[in-house]
Design a protein around this ligand. Structure first.
Ligand code: SAM
Length: 315
């Protein structure tokens, strides 16, 4: 659907499950913050809501996220169901801990691309960031996705004094593996909402660190991409500059939570439920109204922060 700012809202981001097998310090205050919603949709219910969003609201691309999407018991079934309804652009954002085991099944089900969160290449630091989880598992997950011909990108949230010394090291790792690294500016969500000790590393600092060693060229990205894209000899990298250069004006995303609520904007902490449409004899008109209402919350310029934790919203 085209919203009041002329944006074509055609990407659906689904928090498949709020449960996660890591508890990143910038995302939650403890592992127990990641609770499975008692109303988590099963695969058939999720697929029904995706189908009506595709048919009646113009959704063309789907990304599964969470929490950790692979903590949903039927993640593979959801992916093959999405493919079978004719949506071929299916991506996932994952911490990679379970990918080594599941990559082959996911690729067979139709998963085309995986953005893998990796904030440090140092095993101790990785553990400090994620509280649980092991670096070698994520690295093995990356390899498993590459072997299964999936497009892989690495997401690194850069935090001052914690991992900004690894910006170049991560780029070099990405170049070696043929994988694009995307640096994410920290966002004021969940535990970081309205916090004073915000350890933001700005896009300009990231570029400066890289340019001390490599010459950087700007390259074009898709018009609705959230990342700015660059080239260094050997490969590409990106920056998702949530704070320095917000991309709200081209945001084409609608979000669906694991319990069937729509979130039009990361800055809007008031989800709108479409769960009741599971039992509605004629969901078309109410769905279109609710999508419109949800999309109306989209900011036109800047992310303004949110008390919601990212695992509920799905990033
Ligand atoms: N569990 C999966 C993972 O780790 O990729 C998917 C969910 S996670 C919430 C999605 C993305 O949001 C990750 O790349 C994570 O680093 C990012 N994220 C979470 N909290 C963030 C914050 N406060 N600022 C910026 N990015 C954040």
């Amino acid at each position: 659907m085209i919203d009041h700012h002329g944006r074509n809202i055609n990407k659906l981001r689904i928090s498949l499950s709020e449960v996660c097998n890591m508890a990143c310090t910038y995302c939650v205050t403890s592992l127990s913050d990641h609770k499975r919603s008692p109303d988590e949709l099963n695969a058939d219910q999720m697929l029904y809501l995706i189908r009506i969003l595709k048919e009646y609201s113009g959704i063309e691309k789907v990304r599964l996220t969470g929490g950790e999407p692979l903590m949903h018991p039927k993640a593979v079934q959801v992916i093959s169901g999405i493919r079978d309804m004719g949506l071929t652009n299916i991506g996932m954002t994952s911490n990679g801990q379970l990918l080594a085991r599941k990559a082959e099944a996911l690729a067979e089900a139709g998963l085309k691309s995986v953005n893998i969160s990796l904030d440090s290449l140092d095993p101790e630091k990785f553990k400090r960031f994620g509280r649980v989880g092991k670096l070698h598992k994520t690295l093995e997950g990356i390899e498993a996705c590459l072997i299964n011909d999936m497009r892989v990108k690495i997401n690194m949230v850069v935090i001052k004094g914690e991992n900004d010394d690894e910006i170049v090291k991560m780029l070099e790792y990405g170049v070696t593996r043929g994988v694009e690294v995307r640096y994410l500016e920290l966002m004021g969500m969940g535990p970081l909402y309205k916090k004073d000790d915000f350890k933001l590393v700005e896009m300009s600092e990231i570029l400066e660190k890289i340019s001390e060693k490599y010459s950087i060229q700007t390259v074009s990205a898709d018009s609705d991409s959230t990342s700015l894209r660059y080239w260094v000899p050997g490969g590409y990298f990106g920056i998702i500059p949530n704070n320095s250069a917000p991309f709200c004006s081209t945001c084409s995303r609608l979000r669906l939570t694991s319990d069937g609520q729509l979130i039009g904007c990361l800055s809007n902490p008031s989800p709108i439920s479409i769960r009741h449409l599971l039992n509605h004899p004629d969901p078309v008109v109410p769905l279109q109204k609710l999508v419109k209402k949800s999309v109306a919350f989209k900011q036109d310029a800047t992310f303004t922060g949110s008390s919601l934790v990212m695992s509920r919203v799905g990033g």
